[in-house]
Design a protein around this ligand. Structure first.
Ligand SMILES: [Zn+2]
Length: 333
């Protein structure tokens, strides 16, 4: 099997990819850790399709906390969630057809006390009580009022008390700087409305901020695509942590692994093992699931450019269904 060279595979994809066969059929392929889409809206998609198309875990970044809390804990896909969007009164995304009232909390008071109507800490407490793994805040200056710095800092402090990271949607002039000043842990989208200067990108990297890619949502908007690519390219180059995410549920996107998102990441210089890492990072969970794995059938790619298309053939399987084909690999080290 000349194409089955574990060392070539490691060069291309890193240590997480293993040559394997399926137990039932003997079909050869590559085993990968569970793949995660770090930005979805489960209420807007047919989630049954995710696992057959390679996605084992998702992070829901805006939905009805009551509905999300009802989900089975052990289901597939594995869903972590933010619960409702926290925003200013009348701020994005309130009033949007895809964001019914149950999915939005308008924060009108920066109060750090519990049980305050419209209170910032109260809104965080509510999402935490419904099992949120992250807190989502909308900072969109192009679509209405935005929370002031007092409310943002209460949200961040309150999330810290619950041990939860904060994810921001930033859009409009100066909004990335606001998120960085506030110590926000992750951005729900690569910033796409302004080209950031190098010092701001360096501050985001130093903060350990994670950026969720969502490049493919700009495929019909070349200017936003150009800005996002420039920002992400330099963020990744400077050592920033990039997470694969598609904003699935927003417009017409393929359910499952999105090959166009992977191509866009690859074109922004995030390729090979680095590309795979954006998909296999379990954040905001601390650890990967070991119950399931991802199987990509057939021959592994032979060069970096072939990886995005190849990964689009991924499917989720129970881990015990894959037999390691790499037994000769370790003793040759
Ligand atoms: Zn979204």
């Amino acid at each position: 099997m000349p194409h089955h060279d574990p060392f070539a595979l490691r060069d291309l994809l890193g240590d997480d990819a293993r040559l394997c066969r399926r137990a039932l059929t003997g079909a050869p392929g590559v085993a990968l850790p569970p793949l995660v889409d770090h930005h979805v809206h489960v209420h807007l998609i047919d989630e049954e399709l995710l696992s057959t198309r390679g996605i084992a875990g998702v992070l829901d970044l805006g939905g009805d906390p009551t509905e999300l809390a009802r989900r089975a804990r052990a289901g597939m896909p594995c869903v972590a969630y933010a619960g409702a969007f926290l925003t200013a009164p009348g701020g994005y995304p309130s009033g949007r057809s895809w964001a019914p009232p149950a999915t939005v909390r308008e924060v009108s008071d920066a109060s750090a006390h519990p049980g305050v109507a419209g209170g910032a800490a109260t809104a965080v407490d509510e999402q935490a009580a419904f099992g949120a793994s992250v807190i989502k805040v909308a900072l969109n200056a192009q679509a209405g009022p935005v929370l002031d710095s007092a409310a943002i800092s209460t949200i961040v402090a309150s999330a810290r008390e619950h041990g939860l990271p904060v994810v921001a949607h930033v859009e409009g002039a100066g909004m990335t700087a606001v998120a960085i000043d506030a110590g926000i842990d992750a951005l729900a989208h690569t910033p796409f409305t302004e080209v950031l200067d190098g010092s701001l990108i360096a501050r985001a990297v130093a903060l350990g901020q994670r950026w969720i890619s969502t490049l493919d949502i700009h495929r019909d908007d070349p200017e936003s695509a150009r800005i996002a690519r420039s920002n992400l390219e330099r963020f990744a180059q400077a050592g920033g942590v990039v997470l694969y995410g598609t904003d699935l549920g927003n417009g017409d996107l393929p359910v499952g692994v999105n090959g166009r998102e992977l191509v866009a990441l690859h074109d922004a210089g995030i390729s090979g093992a680095a590309l795979l890492t954006t998909l296999t990072d379990p954040w905001p969970r601390a650890e990967r699931s070991h119950a399931v794995a991802v199987f990509v059938p057939g021959d592994p790619p032979t060069d970096l450019d072939g990886i995005p298309r190849w990964l689009s053939g991924a499917t989720v399987v129970p881990s015990e269904e894959l037999i390691d084909d790499q037994e000769s690999g370790d003793d040759r080290e």
